[in-house]
Write a protein that binds this ligand. Structure first.
Ligand code: NDP
Length: 281
């Protein structure tokens, strides 16, 4: 057997910045658990350089990529063939390099829904859901959220037009509408999902105090060493559960791993390891 044949399969995550990424650690844990021979690295790519970097990685024998901020749209353009959910989202976070071409998928929505419905046993059917934010993450999770058949899904965003635009783009998939934060007065929701990046500045979007229903839940896509601003907001406003995005992070990675390797890793032990290690945002 030649040395090339012995080399583990190569994967990577590309983004800017990337040093903070937990993906190499998560995929190393998945590989050890499932006895898969692979290596996974984090690659810093300069804005505008995604396609060239992905091409170089593929030419060197790379088997697949994860893609994070700010390249998910570039990856959507770069892929030859898109899954239905990635096509809808307009964003790709997983590329699979095959001999026939490059497949693009988006596992963020599955990651969020699995964390809520499987890990936390919180069914989304018939729930009134408020999704805060209308950026790439919101677009990525919308098809999966609507597939769970909530009673209604309202997208609220600082720039209201973006929320309205997203609602129009997805309204054939379920009951979805868009608005600005000011229009949330007098409304109540069973689940509030924060997909804004306001937490980077330790802030929370301006929400009416009574917007969370009795027995309501909160979920922040962001995560950090300390409870995020939105997780704290949920606790202060009586949420039964106020969760951060670590579970989603691991679940979306598990779905990428399955797409690449055909094996579904156990996520619970990996979530536990990340929580012990205090994830950095
Ligand atoms: P984008 O930059 O695409 O979108 C940012 C969104 O946040 C926009 O809707 C923007 O509103 C809104 N926003 C920014 N600042 C504020 C503020 N101060 N007040 C209110 N709204 C604000 O980012 P992404 O959608 O890609 O990411 C959003 C978050 O989700 C990030 O924190 C990211 O880390 C997290 N994420 C977590 C994942 C996980 O696995 N746990 C996966 C993917 C993302 P406007 O349109 O008005 O500018």
């Amino acid at each position: 057997m030649s040395l090339t044949e012995l080399k583990p399969d190569q994967y990577a995550v590309m983004g800017h910045p990337i040093a903070h990424s937990q993906s190499p650690r998560i995929h190393a844990l998945f590989a050890a658990q499932t006895h898969q021979s692979l290596e996974y690295q984090a690659i810093l790519v300069e804005p505008g350089g995604f396609a060239a970097a992905a091409q170089t990685f593929r030419a060197s024998g790379g088997k697949g990529l994860n893609v994070t901020i700010p390249f998910k749209q570039d990856a959507w353009v770069y892929a030859d063939l898109l899954s239905a959910r990635a096509e809808r989202a307009g964003a790709v976070n997983t590329l699979i390099f095959e001999t026939g071409g490059i497949r693009g998928d988006n596992t963020d929505g599955v990651g969020l829904v699995r964390d809520l419905t499987v890990n936390h046993r919180y069914p989304l059917a018939e729930k009134r859901i408020l999704l805060l934010g209308a950026g790439g993450a919101a677009r990525g999770v919308l098809p999966s959220l609507l597939a769970e058949r909530p009673a209604q899904l309202v997208i609220a965003n600082r720039t209201a037009e973006k929320a309205l635009g997203l609602a129009l783009r997805f309204n054939d998939l379920g009951r979805v509408s868009g608005c600005g934060f000011a229009e949330l007065a007098e409304r109540q929701f069973d689940l509030i999902i924060n997909a804004t990046s306001a937490g980077l500045g330790d802030a929370v979007p301006p929400l009416p105090d009574a917007v969370l229903a009795v027995e309501g839940w909160c979920y922040d896509l962001m995560y950090g060493r300390e409870p995020t601003a939105f997780v704290r907001w949920g606790r202060e406003h009586g949420a039964v559960q106020s969760l951060d995005g670590v579970g989603m992070l691991v679940e979306q990675a598990a779905e990428s791993f399955r797409l690449w390797r055909g094996v579904s890793p156990e996520t619970k032990p990996v979530i536990a390891v990340l929580r012990e290690g205090c994830v950095t945002p």
